[in-house]
Design a protein around this ligand. Structure first.
Ligand SMILES: NC(=O)c1ccc[n+]([C@@H]2O[C@H](COP(=O)([O-])OP(=O)(O)OC[C@H]3O[C@@H](n4cnc5c(N)ncnc54)[C@H](OP(=O)(O)O)[C@@H]3O)[C@@H](O)[C@H]2O)c1
Length: 261
């Protein structure tokens, strides 16, 4: 493979593509679903809020509404069966759903940790477990998982969120190693700050904040390029990637200086 060759096989042209977006009722997932529908793809939209999914689909005949809780493997499996029956296959599964809660060390409770890990880690893993046999049987298609730059290294206020996202990064890297030789595409999507209901709760100024529509454009463009890691906005993620390289002494000092925490 050439040094600059894409790490993933190309997706089909969007008008021929069948994409399942999980976490499509609002935020980044809704913007991504809208953007794929606008590009001509058939899109299945999943999340718990059926009414919001219908709002995002806006009566587009290429949209398929499949409400579910993605932490429940049986619900994911039922929706996956329905989608593949209706479409005769699926080219891309995008797992976008997630949640966030700020937790500092002195606020840690087992209940809060369980609740965050259930959605951010068990949800994507349960979903991957349900869809991978079908994707492998097809022998083509891809899976994309939204993690976060908060998974790169430890950050204040992200005690469990960061741990869930670090685990997802590792999980997705390992998926790539296993699935690329089988002809499947695997995308690791690491956004910086995106303006959504999830970040509306943040009380600090978020650096390099972008809109959900910009995030969706980055995700779609990264998939078209065949990137493995789709990270954005670059002006922010480049700084974080530099911080990833620092020894702990310098890393901790830089984080304290940047956050004041
Ligand atoms: N916003 C950011 O700055 C940012 C940065 C880095 C990474 N991320 C990651 O990007 C992803 C999307 O974030 P966002 O900001 O768009 O969040 P958001 O606005 O809170 O949207 C979350 C989506 O996930 C769905 N969801 C939550 N729990 C679910 C469950 N149990 N089953 C099915 N769907 C569920 C929600 O729908 P229902 O409530 O209808 O189920 C909604 O569609 C998350 O994984 C987040 O960690 C976000």
């Amino acid at each position: 493979m050439g040094l600059f060759a894409p790490l993933n096989p190309p997706p089909p042209p969007w008008p021929q593509a069948r994409v399942w977006v999980i976490g499509a009722s609002y935020g980044i997932g809704a913007a991504t679903a809208r953007s794929l529908l606008a590009a001509g793809a058939r899109v299945a939209l999943s999340a718990r809020s059926a009414d919001k999914l219908r709002g995002v689909a806006d009566n587009d005949p290429r949209a398929l509404i499949a409400p579910l809780d993605f932490t429940k493997g049986a619900e994911v499996a039922t929706a996956w069966g329905r989608i593949r029956t209706e479409w005769g296959g699926c080219d891309l599964v995008l797992i976008v759903a997630g949640t966030h809660k700020e937790i500092r060390a002195w606020e840690l409770t087992e209940a809060d940790a369980d609740a965050l890990l259930e959605v951010n880690l068990n949800g994507p893993i349960a979903t991957a477990a349900a869809v991978l046999p079908g994707l492998l049987a097809q022998g083509h298609g891809g899976i994309g998982i939204v993690s976060s730059v908060a998974g790169y290294r430890g950050l204040p206020k992200a005690l469990i969120y960061g741990a869930s996202k670090a685990a997802l990064i590792n999980f997705t890297e390992t998926l790539y190693l296993d699935l690329h030789p089988k002809g499947l595409a695997v995308y690791l999507i690491n956004p910086g700050f995106v303006s959504t209901p999830l970040t509306a709760r943040n009380k600090f100024t978020m650096p390099h904040l972008i809109s959900a529509e910009e995030a969706a454009r980055e995700i779609v463009a990264g998939i078209e390029r065949g990137d493995f890691e789709i990270h954005f906005p670059r002006a922010f993620t480049r700084q974080l990637k530099f911080l990833q390289l620092l020894p702990y002494r310098q890393y901790f000092a830089a984080v304290r200086k940047a956050t004041g925490l």
